[in-house]
Design a protein around this ligand. Sequence first.
Ligand code: HEC
Ligand code: HEC
Length: 334
Amino acid sequence: MKILYLLNIFLFLLLFSCNENTSVSDRNSNKYNFDKPDDFPEIIFPENNQYSDAKAFLGQKLFTEKILSRNNSISCASCHLPERAFSSGSPVSFIIDKDLTVRNVPTIMNVTYNKIFNWDGSSNNLEDMIYKDLTLPTVFYNDTNIIVQRLNQNPDYKRLFFEAYGTYDIKAYQISNAISVFVRTLISGNSRYDKFRRGDKNALNESEKRGMDIFFSERTNCSKCHSGLLFTDNQYHNTGTTTHYFDLGRYYVTKNHNDRGKFKTPTLRNIELTSPYKHNGEQITLEDVIDNYNSGGKFFINKDTLIKELNLNQQERKDLINFLKSLTDEKFKK
Ligand code: HEC
Ligand code: HEC
């Protein structure tokens, strides 16, 4: 509960820090004050969806707004829980539609830096993707006209939309744009690993340092795919997660048989908080994930050649897990 409480404070500060005098002109000013470390790339807002405090504020409110969903039952935050680095904690997302595969909810911290979205990369545009969420059977399954109507009936929203867009005529794309602006402000780059990287050599303990060496070694290849500041190469791989791929991942987008069972390399930042793991949520703990890699993954025709038996002993497995846990942002820890 304490974490939850502090997180709320964090979110509150995040959104209000540049917003002390909440006059309309201030909210519309083009400055932002995210928790972005200096060594993280600039946040690029698309030409047609530039940042304003008013949009970010509206977007945050809409993120937790249940009237967006068909039966007023869920919001973005029902699946993307702040205290779990905006992932869900249940093995698969809970809206099930027989035409669509059911997938584990990914974290959306740092999603602003993604080039591709969803496990299969079915979208390369955040604003479009979120617009689709409003209408898709898997998520809100709603008619955007109905959503607009509901928002129009609420004086608070009428005011907030006016502050963000300068008009009382609410448009469906403004809803997803405001949410996208908010989502783009969710930056996470202050873990103990980051402290270490920035020069504080005591930020990691001995076990974590050993785990880091294992992670970045040729022996495991972990960092070949989980590469860079965000621990992803933005590519698709099959890692032998399971023997039966009910979900064929990237194949659905390309229809190329070599892409069967391939999924986007997920970030590992805040991985301690985003259990369960993999596209199908089949691996519940980090121990399960490491055991799967250690054994060389399950047999599958498209398994990546970088995935091989690792022969990590008990201590090495522990060290590797401890390193992964050092990737948790301090703001989720307090
Ligand atoms: C019913 C649960 C659910 C709800 C509600 C939901 N999401 Fe998601 N979200 C998911 C799942 C599952 C995925 C992965 C989908 C896939 O891979 O096909 C996802 C993926 C995403 C991604 C892409 C992340 C990445 O790294 O590729 C973003 C961004 C996102 N959601 C934002 C939102 C926003 C904003 C809302 C509200 C408009 C929302 N989601 C509502 C379950 C949900
Ligand atoms: C060939 C590229 C590749 C290599 C090598 C690799 N991974 Fe992965 N990793 C992936 C992909 C792709 C997924 C998602 C697979 C899926 O969902 O079926 C993944 C998923 C994960 C997850 C779960 C993430 C989540 O959010 O569910 C963890 C943890 C992880 N990898 C850690 C590691 C570690 C530790 C190593 C080294 C022992 C490693 N990976 C090696 C590509 C790779």
